[in-house]
Design a protein around this ligand. Structure first.
Ligand SMILES: Cc1cc2nc3c(=O)[nH]c(=O)nc-3n(C[C@H](O)[C@H](O)[C@H](O)COP(=O)(O)O)c2cc1C
Length: 464
C-alpha cells in the first residue's frame, strides 16, 4: 500500500458509459457477466447511477454519436451481428432519471457541435443543469463516425480541421445564450408585485458568427452553472487548440506514460498561451481496470475479455473511428503514412513509436487487444492501486475515466477493491462535499466559468 503524505493530488474518477452494447472499440457484450444487453432498460441506468454514487465517483460520462461504421460505403455484417455502435439510445434522455436516483453524482453528456444547433443544445443543457441543480457537463465533440453521421443528416462531411472551426463558433454562440441573456438575479418570483423577472436583467443577445448566429433571449433563465462544465477530447493539433482555449477537462487516451505526460504538459502550455491560468484544464485518461482478489484471477479474466475480440471486429471497429479499412492493406506494409479526415487520435496513437514503426498487421492486433481504450491496469487490488497511483503521479493527469470491459462487473470490482484503497491512501474522497460539478472539479465557490475563460466575456451585463 502506498504511503500517505497528505499533500498528494486527489484523484478524479468518472465512468465511461453509453446506451449501446459495447464500449471502447471492443466486442465484449457476449461475456456472461456483461449486462449491457439491458441498455434500453431504465432500471439498468438507475442502478448504474446509484452504484457510482455509492462509490463517490465524480461523474458518469455518457458518450454519443449519430454515426455508424462503414467500410467502402457499406456497413459490414459484423457490425450488426456484434452490435457495434448500433443500436443505441439518446443518452441525454437518461439523465433526469439517473440524476433523480443519485442526487449527488455528476453527469457528463456528449453533444456534437456539427449536428446540434447551438440554441437548442444550450437549452437542453441548461434544462439538465436546472433539473440536476448544477451537476452537468458537456462533452464537446466534433463527431466520431463523422462521415456516416453526415450522411444521416443529408449533408456532406465537413473536413476535420473545419469541424474544429465550427466547434469554436458553436461554443462562442453557446456562451452568448447561456452567459449573456439572464443576469444572476433576474428572477424575482415575487407574486405580490406581479414580477417574475426583472425586465432590465433579461438581455437580448445578438451574435453573428461564420457558422452560427443568435438574435434573441435564452429560453431558460440562468441555471446553477450557466454553461455546463466543458469536457473535450481529441489530440490532433486542431483538437488541442480548441481544448486549450475552451475545455475545463480533457479526456486523453494515451498509449504510454511518456506520451500522456507530454499531452498533459502541452495542454497546460497551450491553455496558458491562450490567456488562462496554469492548471485551468484538468486531464483525465481512459483506464480499463481488471482487478480480482489475486493477480492470476485478474489475468485470467483479462485474457477472457480479449479473446472476445476478433480480427474481423477489430478491422470494422478501426474503420468506425477512422474511416480506414486496414483489411484492404498488406498486413506487412508499414502503417505510417495512412491519413484520414475522420478522427485522427486513433491514427496518431500508432503513428509514432520509439523503434521502427508498426505494420498494418500490428495496428490491427493492437486495436483487437486495446480497441479505442486508453491505459490498462490488471492485477490484484494492491497491484492495481500501485499502477493507478504511478500513472497519476508520473504523468500529471488529474484522474481516470473507467472504461469497463463488462457492466456492472467492472464498476463493482473497482468499487470493492480499488476505491477503499485509494481512500485509505488519502487520494480519493470518502463523501461529496461540493454542490455543483464545476465545484467538484475545481473547488468550492467555482460555480461558473472563471474570468479568464472565453465564456466569461459573454457576460456583458456584468461588465456594462
Ligand atoms: C474518452 C473519450 C471519449 C470520447 N467520446 C466521444 C463521443 O462520445 N462522441 C464522439 O463523437 N467522439 C468522442 N470521442 C472522440 C473525440 O471527441 C475526438 O473526436 C477524437 O478523439 C478524434 O479527435 P482528433 O481528430 O482531434 O484527434 C471521445 C474520445 C475520448 C478520448
Amino acid at each position: 500500500m502506498p504511503s500517505t503524505s497528505g499533500d498528494e493530488k486527489q484523484i478524479k474518477l468518472g465512468l465511461f458509459e453509453t446506451p449501446v452494447l459495447n464500449v471502447g472499440g471492443m466486442t465484449t457484450w457476449t461475456h456472461p457477466e456483461n449486462q449491457t444487453h439491458r441498455y434500453a432498460d431504465l432500471s439498468y441506468w438507475v442502478e448504474t447511477a446509484q452504484r457510482l454514487q455509492d462509490a463517490t465517483f465524480d461523474f458518469c460520462f455518457l458518450a454519443d454519436s449519430y454515426g455508424h461504421g462503414e467500410i467502402g460505403g457499406a456497413r459490414p455484417d459484423v457490425n450488426a451481428r456484434e452490435a457495434m455502435e448500433l443500436p443505441r439510445l439518446d443518452p441525454m434522455l437518461l439523465v433526469p432519471a439517473m440524476a433523480h436516483a443519485a442526487q449527488q453524482l455528476g453527469f457528463v453528456v456528449t453533444a456534437s457541435t456539427v449536428f446540434e444547433p447551438p440554441f437548442a443544445n444550450a437549452r437542453r443543457f441548461s434544462t439538465l443543469d436546472h433539473l440536476t441543480r448544477g451537476r452537468v457537463g458537456w462533452n464537446v465533440v466534433t463527431s466520431s463516425f463523422a462521415e456516416s453521421a453526415s450522411a444521416n443528416f443529408g449533408r456532406p462531411m465537413v473536413p476535420h480541421d473545419e469541424r474544429y472551426a465550427m466547434a469554436e463558433d458553436h461554443l462562442l454562440t453557446t456562451y452568448a445564450v447561456l452567459e449573456g441573456s439572464w443576469e444572476d438575479d433576474a428572477v424575482l418570483a415575487d407574486k405580490a408585485s406581479r414580477t417574475y423577472a426583472d425586465p432590465a436583467k433579461v438581455h437580448r443577445v445578438t451574435r453573428t458568427g461564420p457558422y452560427f448566429s443568435v438574435d434573441g433571449y435564452s429560453n431558460t433563465a440562468a441555471s446553477p452553472q450557466r454553461t455546463p462544465v466543458l469536457f473535450q477530447a481529441g489530440t490532433s493539433k486542431a483538437g488541442l487548440g480548441v481544448g486549450a482555449r475552451h475545455a475545463e477537462c480533457v479526456f486523453l487516451q494515451g498509449s504510454t506514460k511518456a506520451r500522456l505526460a507530454e499531452h498533459v504538459a502541452t495542454l497546460d502550455r497551450l491553455a496558458v498561451e491562450a490567456g488562462r491560468a496554469p492548471g485551468s484544464v484538468k486531464t483525465m485518461v481512459g483506464l480499463s481496470v481488471v482487478v480480482a482478489p489475486t493477480r492470476e484471477e485478474a489475468e485470467r479474466r483479462y485474457a477472457e475479455y480479449l479473446a472476445l475480440n476478433t480480427r474481423e471486429s477489430a478491422i470494422a471497429s478501426y474503420a468506425l473511428f477512422t474511416g480506414i479499412d486496414l483489411g484492404a492493406h498488406d498486413p506487412d506494409a508499414p502503417f505510417a503514412g495512412i491519413r484520414t479526415e475522420m478522427g485522427q487520435s486513433q491514427v496518431e496513437r500508432h503513428a509514432r513509436t520509439d523503434g521502427p514503426g508498426p505494420t498494418v498487421g500490428d495496428v490491427i492486433e493492437a486495436h483487437r487487444t486495446r480497441g479505442s481504450r486508453g491505459m490498462v491496469a490488471v492485477g490484484s487490488p494492491d497491484d492495481v492501486v500501485e499502477q493507478v497511483l504511478d500513472l497519476a503521479d508520473s504523468t500529471g493527469v488529474d484522474g481516470f475515466l473507467l472504461e469497463p470491459f463488462v457492466q456492472p462487473g467492472s464498476v463493482v470490482d473497482v468499487a470493492e477493491h480499488v476505491v477503499p484503497r485509494l481512500r485509505a491512501a488519502g487520494r480519493f474522497r470518502t463523501e461529496y462535499t461540493e454542490d455543483t460539478l464545476r465545484e467538484r472539479m475545481f473547488g468550492a465557490g467555482r460555480r461558473h466559468l472563471p474570468a479568464d475563460h472565453p465564456g466569461a466575456a459573454a457576460r456583458t451585463w456584468a461588465t456594462a
